[in-house]
Design a protein around this ligand. Structure first.
Ligand SMILES: [Zn+2]
Ligand SMILES: [Zn+2]
Length: 230
């Protein structure tokens, strides 16, 4: 079994350097479970602690027609992408599904106008395809065809395919991959549950279509590690 991540402090400091934080952070052994993220400084109530980019994210099952797969702006949520509660008359993002796979959606220029508010002619410059363009370049070009064949894939499986493609394309740093591999897989619990068949079916298909060099056992462990099966 892999040793807990807090035993590799060199790796921990690499990962912590990748996030933006207002307080000093450390990964240490946790009394609650395995490894935990700690700070040595008191944090005032309401203070933002850290901001980081997730290694992988997918939109909840069934929401791909209303939530942008790249920035998570939503066309019918209670919160406007600018951060305030939705008011009458607010223009909300118009999430449109990818014409290639119809399995993910991307927002319109409302979201881009918010994020690019400093850009005086944001509306002219961004035609609503910005999130789609960024997602395509980052990962969707590797998965669009795969999702087209299985447009009803659950979000946990999409995350697995996305991670495997990023691994194969060497888009993940060796340290991030190492950190991911050190997370507990809870494989035994998953494989003895009623989810066993789902896990094996998705993992086998994912190995086949992504052409990953990982063996099936490693793909299963990755799925168990990053994806909530229930
Ligand atoms: Zn978006
Ligand atoms: Zn697509």
């Amino acid at each position: 079994m892999a040793s807990p991540i807090h035993e590799n402090q060199e790796l921990c400091s690499y990962l912590i350097k990748k996030i933006t934080s207002t307080v000093p952070l450390q990964i240490l052994t946790s009394k609650i479970s395995g490894s935990g993220l700690f700070t040595t400084q008191d944090i005032p109530a309401g203070e933002e602690i850290f901001v980081s980019t997730p290694l992988v994210n997918t939109v909840e099952d069934g929401k791909h027609g209303s939530v942008c797969d790249y920035c998570f702006a939503t066309s019918n949520g209670r919160v406007h992408p600018a951060g305030h509660f939705r008011k009458e008359g607010d223009e909300m993002p118009d999430v449109k599904v990818c014409v290639g796979c119809k399995a993910v959606g991307y927002c319109s220029k409302v979201c881009m106008a918010v994020f690019m508010v400093w850009w005086w002619n944001a509306d002219d410059r961004f035609d609503g395809k910005e999130c789609q363009r960024k997602a395509w370049k980052a990962y969707h070009k590797f998965e669009c065809k795969i999702f087209k064949e299985r447009p009803t894939l659950r979000s946990s499986a999409k995350a697995l395919y996305r991670l495997l493609n990023e691994y194969e394309q060497e888009l993940l740093s060796a340290e991030h991959w190492q950190g991911l591999s050190m997370l507990k897989s809870h494989e035994l619990e998953h494989l003895t549950s009623e989810n066993f068949e789902t896990i094996v079916v998705f993992s086998t298909h994912a190995k086949e279509v992504t052409g990953t060099k990982l063996n099936i056992g490693e793909v299963v462990a990755l799925y168990c590690r990053v994806c909530r099966i229930n």
